[in-house]
Structure formats: C-alpha cells, structure tokens
Design a protein around this ligand. Structure first.
Ligand SMILES: Nc1ncnc2c1ncn2[C@@H]1O[C@H](COP(=O)(O)OP(=O)(O)O)[C@@H](O)[C@H]1O
Ligand SMILES: [Mg+2]
Length: 396
C-alpha cells in the first residue's frame, strides 16, 4: 500500500481500498474532505482478492464463500470463466446473498485486478447528484461547480466499475451508461467533448429487471448490454447444506473479532436454523451469529427465529368442521399481501410511487391496496400500525 499525493493522481486513478466494517472489502473514493486533509489518498494495488483478504483477515475463505452446494459450485465455475474476459456481468439475487463479494472476486480474478475497484451504490446517492458522481463535471457546469471534478466512471479507468442496485438509475442516466458500454465514451456534465475510458462494468440488482422493462422503468437495450453474462445468486434457503459451514465461520470470526468465547451451537438450534426461511439470506445469518457471540446465549437466536416464523406461519387446520378452502386462501393471500406491501413501503422510505414500481402495480392500485389492508396512508401516520417482527437484515 502506498500513499500518493492527490494532485499527482489527477482524475484517472484509483480510490482507497479499506476494510469495510463487516466482512467485505471496500473502496473509498476520496471526498473533498479527504483531500482537504493533506491531499492524500491511499492507493492500493490488489495482487488478488483472496490474498489481500487473507492478509487483512477479513474476506471469507473461498471454501466458505462457495460452500459445498452444487448451485454454488456451478456459480463458481461460471465466475472463474467470465472473470478474465472483458465483458459486462450482471449479478442478480436477493439482498444478502453475496452479490458484493462476488463482484469483488470478479475484479480480483480479472486482468485489471491491479486497477481500481470502484463501487457506486446507486440508491444511496440522491438522483440529482448521481449524474455528477458518476460522470463528473466541468467548472461552471452548474451553480456551485467552482472547479472540475472527475466522476467515478473515470476513477474506475483500467479497473472495475461496480454499479450496485442498477435498477435505481433513472432513464437519462441509463442512456449515458448505454453509451459508455457501447463505445467506452461518456461526457462530463458541461463538457464540450466526450472522454474515453477502459472499464469493466459489473452490475448488481435484487430486482427482476425484466419486470422493470415491462413497466417502462428500465431500458431493454441497456439490459442486453449489461447482461452479457448473468450470475444468479441463490437464496440461502436453496443452499441450506452450506449453513453449518457458514455458522462455523461466522462463529470463529466474531469470537476472534470481539474476543469472545461463544460455544458451538447445539444440535437443536442448528436444526432450527436449517428450517428457517432466511429472507435476509447470509447477511441475516451473519447478524444472528454476531448477536449470539456478543450476547452469549442461544435464547437470543431462538427468539429471533420465532419472531420470523410468525411471518411464515405454519398451517393449523381444524379437521372437526368443514375446511373452507377459498376463505382460507383468500385470508392468507390478503395477510401476505399486507406484509409484502408494508415491507416494500418501509424499504422505500414510504415513497409510494417507488413502492408501486417495485411491486409492479400501478400507483392507484397501491393506494387502493394500502387502504384495503388498513395500512396508514403515509409516512407520518406509519407509526400507528403494528410493526412487523424485527428484521435482521442490515441495510446495505
Ligand atoms: N458466500 C458467503 N460466504 C460468507 N459470507 C458471505 C457470503 N455471501 C455474503 N456473505 C456476507 O453476507 C453479508 C452480505 O453480503 P453482500 O455481498 O453484501 O450481499 P448482497 O450484496 O447480495 O446484499 C456480507 O457481510 C458478506 O460478507
Ligand atoms: Mg450489495
């Protein structure tokens, strides 16, 4: 790792690689604040993701990442094959399935591994800022643009640009990205001429982009461009045979990290983990074990699991009387619908337009369903409803 002067770096080099809290490795783009602090950024060259990770003791070993399940083995083969080719990769999968990790591994296995890995978490940057963050701007491009600034696309030159939650890009930015993917060219805001960069683009999403295309919020031509190779991350409930190894890994990791001595889980608890639905996938499992290590008793885990089971109730049928199938299914569907709508509203900070888009229904239909389900109409009154059982899933 080497410290270099920011001015020397100009716009086309690197960022700072730091260990993120949690397990993954992260990249930090120097902010104006960083630069003010002595104009220095750290430049890291990555010989290989695994060796860097091992040296930091932060990245899970490959045996843990891929486990034993067949589905992960074939994902690994696919990833190995595509990593070295300069083609865009789309990683799809539910939240917490490891999309970030895989994106970083692809970079670490690629010929551009010594270049920067620049992550852009699209929903985390407000829409109006996203264009300047991504593509940069020239002096005077807009009020307050006192100097020129490179975007993250430029910072990723000769490296990997990782666009997380790609479905959050608005249609205008989607066309700029399309141009970048077609000919490697883009234009800073306010610039007269296009610039050219060499970047490997990796995108991730937890949405079904085909649905977004149907609803007109995602460009089909962009989808074809980013989806040259598709890696589908399986949810944890489809690779339950990997749970014991993951548990052992997180237990050891957090025992070491917090200097604790939490014991191996009992057989009963392990089988409860195997039965759990894992809506938050590996992130949920990791948080669960972290809590267990810190708090030190199995009851913590058991009560968490029970709380979640309420979301996936077991069916209790009374065979003494008639079983009204239609009524039962209608009620169950309504209850499930209520929960899904509530979760999606919460995930979108109660923005009903975004929630309607995510649910692939019209805005009017969502308003109707909110009223029908007895949910509060907006953010200010949302506290009046019964909260759902706590979710383990930390926001990414
Ligand atoms: N296969 C895996 N093995 C070990 N830990 C994993 C694995 N996949 C994900 N994790 C851990 O789970 C958490 C969520 O992973 P992440 O890659 O951020 O998921 P996503 O991007 O799909 O939401 C991270 O702390 C990560 O280190
Ligand atoms: Mg992620």
């Amino acid at each position: 790792m080497q410290i270099i002067n920011y001015k020397q770096v100009r716009y086309n080099l690197v960022a700072r690689c730091v260990a993120e809290p949690g397990l993954a490795l992260g990249v930090h783009i120097p902010s104006p604040y960083d630069r003010a602090l002595g104009h220095q950024i750290l430049m890291t060259t990555i010989p290989s993701v695994t060796s860097l990770a091992t040296s930091l003791g932060e990245f899970p070993p490959e045996a843990v990442i891929f486990g034993r399940s067949e589905v992960m083995q074939s994902l690994r083969n696919r990833m190995d094959k595509v990593a070295s080719a300069n083609v865009p990769v789309l990683i799809q999968g539910e939240s917490g399935t490891g999309k970030d990790i895989i994106a970083r591994m692809i970079h670490g296995l690629s010929p551009w591994r010594t270049g920067p890995f620049v992550k852009v978490n699209c929903p985390a940057i407000p829409g109006t800022l996203l264009e300047s963050e991504l593509f940069g701007y020239e002096k005077g491009a807009f009020t307050g643009a006192y100097g020129s600034k490179p975007g993250r696309v430029e910072l990723a030159h000769r490296g990997t640009l990782f666009l997380d939650e790609i479905s959050e890009l608005d249609l205008g930015l989607q066309s700029k990205l399309l141009q970048l993917l077609q000919d490697g060219q883009f234009c800073r805001i306010g610039a007269q001429e296009d610039k050219k960069v060499e970047v490997r683009v990796v995108c991730a999403t937890n949405r079904v982009l085909e649905v977004e295309i149907e609803s007109g919020t995602f460009r089909q031509d962009l989808f074809y461009r980013i989806n040259v190779v598709n890696l589908q991350m399986p949810p944890l409930r489809e690779r339950k045979s990997d749970i014991p190894d993951l548990v052992a890994y997180f237990l050891e990791y957090y025992n070491r990290k917090y200097n604790c001595r939490a014991r191996t889980l009992s057989g009963d608890l392990m089988s409860a983990l195997q039965k759990h639905h894992w809506p938050g996938n590996i992130r949920e499992l990791e948080n669960l074990i972290k809590r267990y290590v810190i708090l030190g008793n199995e009851e913590v885990i058991s009560s968490d699991l029970v709380a979640h089971q309420q979301e996936y109730p077991t069916l209790d049928l009374n065979f003494d009387g008639p079983i009204a199938l239609k009524t039962i299914t209608r009620q169950a569907t309504r209850e499930l619908e209520r929960k899904v709508i509530l979760k999606v509203l919460q995930a979108h900070h109660w923005n009903r337009k975004q929630a309607a888009r995510a649910l692939s229904i019209s805005y009017r239909a969502l308003l109707y369903k909110i009223r029908d389900a007895g949910l509060p109409p907006n953010r200010s009154s949302r506290r009046r409803i019964d909260p759902l059982p706590p979710q383990d899933v930390a926001a990414d």
